[in-house]
Design a protein around this ligand. Structure first.
Ligand SMILES: *Cc1c(COP(=O)(O)O)cnc(C)c1O
Length: 444
């Protein structure tokens, strides 16, 4: 197999050095730092459809999609037009606009169980606010979360958190007072017994269980039916709330999010969660988050209720225009079946290539989210995820990058296919993977 001429990343190297002088690590979010694969990040300057271009002029097929929001691909015409139209009307008012209600109505119409919704500026903010609401509503303080699930950099939830915290090997962050995490119980995903035990011990003080209903932040991991049943049943019996963090899966796995997707697989209990956290796609690439759910709970939020939560730029007109344009297009085109099929084709192709060169692997897919784990055991929780061969992943990542394929820079992240990807990009990706995997075994 011919190895391609190494791409010249001269400009990225210079840009990175310059950035590092004034920005910690040269990045504004650690997930971008290439820490899990070694080396330095490449700087991007443009995206169109399924492609991105770096500042050295190289083109890549993009499977990061800004880490989830860009389900329509880069610079989708309808989204760009909506933002352009909105910007001429003024960028922020700090007063209610009709577009915010429209976005809220759309979310309530799409996501089962969401009767009211509050818009915020990020997934982190949404998760943080949902927890405060759950605690205020139940007048209890304990929270259960699961290792490997990421809910943003919320103080009380940075306990063995997933996502970039995993990559950095920093299970807890300095700067978080012990009091903030003292009421957080961190269990393993899909572990029914541990959950039962936690409720047996702490049931009357548990305010909420928060989880990713399909995990993306330790790589793609699916829940089991007994696990989701137990989560729903135990919270209900104890009077605690169940929070689905759908920042990644909302409008990604199906129009109705993870509930609709899991329902199709027979994994979703009849009764859904009490609260849902959203982000990413609902902003269409601009900063938006949201939390919503049962009206009787949401009515505890200020100014109707006593639980305080606010934001100068919440419901920002540009962000709402971008989110609305994205959701309207998804509602009109319902691309989910086609997206899943195209993603399956990619995943089956990658698995076949791994088999053909004898590389241990687990191809885990949910809709248009996928992770190729380099190990031979099914990944069901954070413990099993960690058994992956991250050195091999790093080799694969760089081999793909050199061949024009931009993958998430960590074994423990989900990759995304967008509606802008076609057969052509999938085939080009498989051609690159054939060579990159070959390199993996030769160097091993
Ligand atoms: C991305 C993500 C978040 C955090 O959202 P930000 O907008 O990065 O703050 C929270 N929960 C899940 C499940 C996510 O994937």
């Amino acid at each position: 197999m011919p190895t391609p001429v190494r791409r010249n990343h001269e400009r990225s190297t210079q840009a990175y050095r310059r950035a590092c002088r004034v920005i910690p690590g040269g990045v504004n979010s650690p997930a971008r730092a290439f820490g899990g694969v070694g080396g330095q990040p490449i700087f991007l300057e443009r995206g169109q459809g399924p492609y991105v271009w770096d500042i050295d002029g190289h083109q890549y097929i993009d499977y990061v999609g800004s880490w989830g929001p860009l389900i329509l691909g880069h610079a989708a015409a309808a989204v760009v037009a909506a933002i352009q139209e909105a910007v001429h009307q003024g960028t922020s008012f700090g007063a209610p606009t009709e577009a915010e209600t429209e976005l809220a109505e759309l979310i309530c119409r799409a996501v089962p169980g969401v009767e009211m919704v509050r818009l915020v500026n990020s997934g982190t903010e949404a998760a943080m606010s949902a927890l405060r609401l759950a605690r205020g509503f139940t007048r209890r303080h304990r929270i259960i979360k699961f290792a490997g699930c990421y809910h943003g950099h919320v103080d009380s939830l940075l306990v063995q958190a997933g996502s970039s915290a995993t990559t950095l090997g920093v299970p807890n962050s300095p700067g978080i007072p012990p009091g903030c995490t003292a009421d957080t119980i961190c269990l393993h995903y899909n572990d029914v017994e541990a959950l039962e035990q936690a409720f047996a011990e702490h049931g009357p003080t548990i305010a909420a269980v928060i989880l990713e209903p399909v995990v993306g932040n330790m790589g793609v991991v699916l829940p089991t039916r007994p696990f989701l049943d137990a989560v729903r049943e135990l919270t209900r019996r104890a009077g605690a709330l169940l929070i689905y963090d759908e920042v990644m899966t909302g409008f990604r796995l199906a129009w109705g999010g993870a509930q609709e997707y899991l329902n199709r697989l027979g994994l979703q209990p009849q009764d859904g969660p009490d609260l849902i956290v959203l982000g990413k796609i609902i902003g269409g690439g601009l900063p938006v988050g949201a939390y919503g759910g049962r009206a009787d709970i949401m009515k505890h939020v200020a100014p109707v209720g006593p639980v305080f939560q606010a934001g100068t730029l919440s419901g920002n007109p540009l962000a709402v225009a971008s989110g609305l344009a994205t959701l309207r297009q998804l509602e009109k085109t319902r691309p989910y079946e086609a997206l899943e099929k195209l993603t399956s084709q990619l995943c089956q192709g990658l698995a076949a290539l791994c088999r053909s060169v004898g590389i241990a692997h687990q191809m885990q897919q949910a809709g248009s989210m996928w992770t190729l784990f380099f190990q031979d055991q099914p990944v069901t929780d954070y413990r099993t995820a960690l058994a992956s061969n991250t050195k091999r992943f790093a080799r694969f990542f760089w081999g793909m990058l050199e061949r024009g394929i931009y993958l998430p820079c960590s074994q423990f992240e989900a990759a995304f296919v967008s509606t802008a990807h076609t057969q052509r990009e999938i085939e080009a990706t498989l051609t690159a993977a054939r060579e990159a995997l070959q390199d993996c075994i030769q160097e091993a």
